[in-house]
Write a protein that binds this ligand. Sequence first.
Ligand code: ZN
Length: 340
Amino acid sequence: MAEPAATDLSIGRIASAPWLAPARERVLQMLRTGRLAHALLLQGQPGLGKQALAEWIGRVALCESPSDGPCGECASCRLHGADSHPDLVRVGIREDKKQILVDDVREMIAGLTLKSYRGRRKVALIDPADAMNTNGANALLKTLEEPAGETLLVLTASRPERLPATIASRCQRLKIAAPSRATALEWLREIDPGVEWGPRLALVAGAPLAALALARVAPVDKDMAELTSLLARGEGDVVALAERCQKAQPGERLRWMENWVTERIRKGLTAPAADHTPGSPGLPAALRRRHIQGLYGILDETRAARAALQGPASVAMLFERLFVKLARELEMLRTARGRG
Ligand SMILES: [Zn+2]
């Protein structure tokens, strides 16, 4: 599978996605009528492009001659292009932290009180705002109550219920809904026609950017395909394979397994039964039923392992148990085929 160019998809490309159009239009409308809110809250499930939309809003709000979006040519847009617009500040979760630091919020607020460099407004992007702790939220609240000069705060939240009501109620909400499956697939195929997007999209509740992130784990796909074919040939040491899985992206691997087993069950249920001609790839009906049952067992095991990943269980043990079952199942299949 080709590594998708999606890994470095531009903000502009994401922000122009069709399902973000209603939110974009709302913002443009507010700008045209001079009624831009002081604070916007972009909310919606993960993987819909809230962050890119927030960036786009920042750009268009600072653009000196916006039309359907930032013009791309004015002094402000050029500063954005160089990623050095002094009127824009971003606050997010620092690497190795789980929350937005209150000091970062305070620093951002201090920045907002400075005069606008381009004489327009100051913009702050808080992404994800639901990762602010109580102190951070309290610090922000004062700014929301009495914004200094002309400022725009853009907050994003996948879990807006985590934001204090005092914050959320002072923001104009822009709710982002997931696109239809057809729209999502069309958009994803434009980015990379070589990837089978349907199953990925199904795994991530229809969020296109989350499907892109899944495709980024193509190396896991390849490794898991190799690993299962080893097991199918009756080769490969389950203990060593389990250790290999523990070391890199165990969660993605279990997702892959779930997908793989589900696909085999589907094929098993829809393939024509074997007609006993020599070399026929199908299985006699009774054996096939047994095999499908076995696969369901493995599917349950895979799901249980995914749930157990969060707990104290040994990840290598989870994989080992799974692979022992899978190896047994595949051996049954090999023996049956050998006889046929
Ligand atoms: Zn511009």
